[in-house]
Design a protein. Structure first.
Length: 63
């Protein structure tokens, strides 16, 4: 495992996570409020879906 790849992936994660609050702070605030109102099970399944999609994308790129 190359540690530089891990740090690059974390840096890209931070960049992507920062895009929405930068370009649409009001939309981001509304999204966070909606997420706070969601039941925990829905948040868990959303997180699971995002992880599985990320693994699929990683497989396609690094396959």
């Amino acid at each position: 495992m190359n540690w530089a790849d891990l740090w690059a992936a974390l840096a890209l994660l931070l960049i992507l996570e920062g895009l929405m609050p930068f370009f649409s702070p009001r939309g981001y605030r509304n999204l966070v409020q909606q997420m706070a109102a969601m039941p925990e099970s829905a948040l868990r399944y959303t997180g699971l879906g995002m992880m599985l999609f990320g693994l699929f994308c990683l497989y396609l790129v690094r396959g």
